[in-house]
Design a protein around this ligand. Structure first.
Ligand code: CU
Length: 371
């Protein structure tokens, strides 16, 4: 923003949807909190957050992004939307999300540039949602790096309201690195993961429940310095859907329902039951490693494979924190764990959130062990 005003007050000049949004006190406060220049000045050189875009605000430092400021909640839009020209719901195609963990780069520096896109996404044959996304999909791209390697990250906000990025694999001042970025603006920061594991990333703009619950999340997998044994590695990001009545065939995410914490649907990788329709295949005898990240935003994921046991579950950074001979283990909302099993019996094995009301709503899939 390049104007100075008190959070919650009306801007001197604005128009269209932007004006409508900014007249909502919550959004005005959130947008006012996005002036990073003063924040960066105050925080010194302890992190690498920078602001490529020129912003000249003299707004007093705030961070609506990471505080539980309930006053911000009252005037938030109650549902997500996808402003601007968007395809008709019927024209939005379905695609399965490939759960395969991409190979880790040989480079010691990983450069990521994500773009926020507010866009309709077909999550089932009969359901198109008004999603807020990283790079246009739910979940965002799978990131795979090594412990200690540097991640240089840039977020560009091509959406209509402020958004941000909170990497759970990073240890940074959230007021700086995870602050909101205005529409049309970018933010950059870097970090070197201290621990290996399967971590969540998500938008941290207030109210986080609304942004996380509207599709703004993904997984970053951090390998330990000594790689784990070779395996078929898949990433499953569980999430919940709280949907309002469709408008022109597109169902918005519903904040009131998010607060009520009774989801309409669950999913692994953004599509309810997609791996029942198109299972994940592994080879007989193969070690299978599930990186299970729970985006929530609210419920745990009691991860279980019917007819199998986990030889190892890494509760924290592998190879430490391992427990063995596990039937089910809950991944908390905002957490990630690594589950290993040996595919030593051919057949079809259902993996599920064993909180079965949640499994029944879509947190379920099939692992086929080809004989
Ligand atoms: Cu957001």
């Amino acid at each position: 923003m390049n104007e100075t005003r008190v959070p919650g007050s009306r801007p001197a000049v604005d128009s269209g949807r932007r004006r409508f949004l900014i007249e909502i006190p919550a959004l005005a406060a959130a947008m006012a909190a996005c002036g990073p220049t003063e924040v960066a000045k105050r925080t010194g050189a302890t992190d690498t957050a920078t602001t490529p875009a020129a912003e000249t605000t003299t707004q007093p430092t705030q961070n609506a992004d990471s505080r539980s400021d309930t006053s911000l909640h009252r005037a938030m839009p109650a549902t997500s939307s996808v402003p601007g020209a968007s395809p008709a719901a019927a024209a939005v195609p379905f695609h399965r999300i490939d759960p395969t963990l991409p190979p880790v780069s040989r480079e010691r520096v990983t450069r990521l540039h994500f773009t926020v896109k507010e866009t309709p996404i077909r999550v089932r044959d009969d359901t198109v949602v008004a999603a807020w996304t990283f790079d246009g999909d739910i979940p965002g791209p799978i990131v795979h790096v090594r412990q200690g390697d540097r991640v240089e990250f840039t977020l560009t906000n091509a959406g209509s309201i402020p958004h941000s990025m909170d990497f759970h694999a990073a240890q940074l001042d959230p007021k700086v690195a995870f602050r909101s970025v205005m529409p049309g603006q970018s933010i950059s920061y870097s970090f070197a993961p201290r621990y290996a594991g399967a971590f969540l990333y998500h938008c941290g703009t207030a109210p986080v429940l609304m942004h996380l619950g509207s599709g703004m999340f993904g997984a970053i997998v951090v390998d330990p310095p000594t790689p784990l044994p070779r395996a078929k590695e898949v990433v499953l990001v569980e999430s919940e859907f709280y949907l309002g009545a469709p408008v022109n065939g597109i169902a918005p995410f519903d904040y009131t329902k998010m607060l009520a914490t009774l989801p309409d649907l669950f999913a692994f990788n953004g599509r309810p039951a997609q791996y029942q329709a198109a299972p994940i295949h592994v080879t007989h005898g193969e070690l299978v490693r599930f990186h299970v990240v729970n985006a929530g935003p609210t419920h745990p994921c009691a991860f279980h494979v019917v007819g199998e046991q986990f030889d190892t579950v890494y509760l924290g950074a592998p190879p430490g924190s391992a427990i063995h001979g596990v039937q089910t283990y809950s991944v908390p909302a905002g957490g990630g764990m690594i589950f290993e099993m040996r595919a030593d019996h051919p057949g079809e094995f259902v993996f599920v959130n064993h909180a079965f009301g949640h499994g029944q709503k879509g947190a379920i899939g099939t692992l086929v062990v080809d004989g």
